[in-house]
Design a binder for this molecule. Structure first.
Ligand SMILES: N[C@@H](CCC(=O)N[C@@H](CS)C(=O)NCC(=O)O)C(=O)O
Length: 217
């Protein structure tokens, strides 16, 4: 049985979208944690971090002696191991929809929306790197497939799965925040009215705003 009083340590890179998803989940649950900064893009990843996460990515969560990586596993663990609002619907169809949205975001959304659009257009540009427009154009084209799929699931509700905030909203909101930080991303999203309405509500979520890492400098 997890000990809810054991200390939580979260290892991650402050600009990581996946770290942000876990931070948002902890905030929504009302749980405190200690942050350890790890830059997964650094030339050398500390060996003591690789001992926790053999793939060298972020985030990793430690709860007492229990070590867990993979964001979707972490957020489900946090939801299930601690008191606070339930972030997963109980109905099988709503729960399946939540899992589907998270899988779409991870499998098809993260790379084009975050790595091909946000990273070159906003993040690297703030550091003075001239973006490769062909990468951004490909990212936008691939993002349209993702946005089109999510539009069919958005169904005009303020939430993506059921009638309350779930891990699916948190997961996608963190990625959408980065995607829409780029003008190209905002223009792409505007073609999808259901998803735009969802984002209009979600963009004001307190846990999303509190975890905004700001611009790199
Ligand atoms: N499947 C992993 C993905 C985590 C991930 O890709 N994190 C990014 C930062 S947002 C990372 O560590 N990137 C380092 C790299 O691509 O080398 C999860 O869900 O936690």
């Amino acid at each position: 049985m997890p000990d809810p009083t054991a200390q939580i340590v979260l290892y991650g890179y402050r600009y990581s979208v996946y770290l942000r998803i876990v931070r948002m989940t902890l905030l929504e649950k009302g749980i405190g944690w200690t942050h350890v900064e790890i830059d997964p893009f650094a030339k050398i990843i500390p060996s003591d971090y690789l001992a926790l996460h053999p793939f060298g990515r972020v985030p990793t969560l430690k709860h007492g002696d229990f070590v867990l990586y993979e964001t979707a596993a972490i957020t489900r663990y946090v939801d299930e191991a601690f008191a606070g609002p339930h972030l997963q619907p109980s109905g099988p169809q709503e729960r399946a929809r939540m899992n589907q949205v998270i899988a779409i975001a991870d499998s098809y959304g993260y790379w084009p929306m975050v790595r091909q659009v946000f990273s070159p257009r906003v993040f690297n540009a703030a550091l003075g790197t001239v973006p490769d427009e062909s990468v951004i154009a490909e990212g936008i084209a691939r993002s349209h497939t993702v946005l089109g799929a999510l539009e069919k699931l958005a169904s005009g509700s303020p939430f993506l799965a059921g009638d309350a905030l779930t891990l699916a909203d948190i997961h996608l909101a963190a990625m959408m925040a980065y995607f829409t930080a780029a003008e190209d991303g905002r223009t792409a999203l505007s073609a999808y009215p259901g998803l735009s309405a969802w984002w209009a509500g979600m963009s004001g979520l307190q846990s999303l705003m509190e975890t905004d890492p700001g611009q790199p400098s």
